[in-house]
Design a protein around this ligand. Structure first.
Ligand code: C5P
Length: 232
């Protein structure tokens, strides 16, 4: 699995996104488009960024009945994204339907990654709101194994969980990890963070980096620093 740095383009408009991407001139970083940008601009933002030559992780975290997710995934696959995701909480059946929908007539498909428990959900919320009484790390690993069984390619997880996911689900099972910060950088609202070099050492396959690049004085230099630490 090719290691790469994915820039979280958490911008509110196409204009702001292109203003940011224009700074990269000849370079074509892998970018993540999330709900904010997608809901603001619609599928055209995906087509436009793709036409510029970038790989795209479309982070929409689908969760619905299997038939609806299958049909929605078929639409996303037609947008020619490289990676997309869903909630493992939607069940194995929903994940299997997603794979079916995502697979193109020629047999190819984008990578499909599962969200296990969101990092905003802690043990207390899981027990009180969701009535799940097991320890959170066990729930995360159970969801990861379900995703693997359903035929998905990997999970979104904290870099701290990458090794455990690889140990349980196999070295080929992809780990996509946000919560990355430079050693001398601002943590922002991320609580559990790791440097790109540490994420590499622990075996993350992709790191998703937002503000350390998008809010940097020199975003291109910050991106190159991430690549140098994580990929090279
Ligand atoms: O700016 P920052 O580097 O914190 O951005 C991280 C990106 O990864 C954001 O788009 C955020 O929504 C996403 N993410 C995360 N933690 C998760 C899942 C996704 O930070 N558990």
């Amino acid at each position: 699995m090719g290691k790469d740095v994915i820039i979280a383009c958490d911008f509110s408009s196409a204009e702001k996104t292109f203003e940011f991407l224009d700074k990269f001139e000849g370079k074509k970083p892998f970018v993540k488009i999330g709900m904010e940008l997608f809901y603001a601009e619609g599928p055209s933002i995906v087509r436009e960024i793709k036409a510029r030559g970038h790989k795209i992780f479309l982070d929409l975290k689908l969760h619905d009945i299997p038939n609806t997710v299958k049909k929605a995934m078929s639409v996303l696959s037609g947008l020619d994204v490289d990676m997309t995701n869903l909630h493992a909480a939607g069940t194995c059946k929903m994940m299997e339907a997603a794979i079916e929908g995502l697979t193109r007539p020629d047999g190819t498909r984008p990578l499909l990654i599962a969200v296990t428990q969101l990092t905003s959900t802690d043990q207390e919320a899981m027990e009180n709101d969701l009535l799940i009484k097991e320890p959170l790390p066990e729930v995360v690993m159970h969801y990861a194994l379900n995703a693997k069984k359903a035929g998905l390619d990997g999970v979104v997880c904290s870099p701290l969980e990458s090794k455990k996911v690889h140990d349980s689900c196999g070295a080929d099972f992809v780990t996509v990890t946000p919560g990355v910060r430079f050693a001398d950088g601002d943590k922002g609202d991320q609580k559990r963070v790791m440097t790109p070099a540490d994420a590499k050492a622990i075996g993350s396959d992709y790191i998703v980096v937002g503000r350390p690049i998008t809010a940097a004085e020199d975003p291109v230099a910050a991106y190159e620093r991430c690549v140098a630490e994580f990929v090279d």
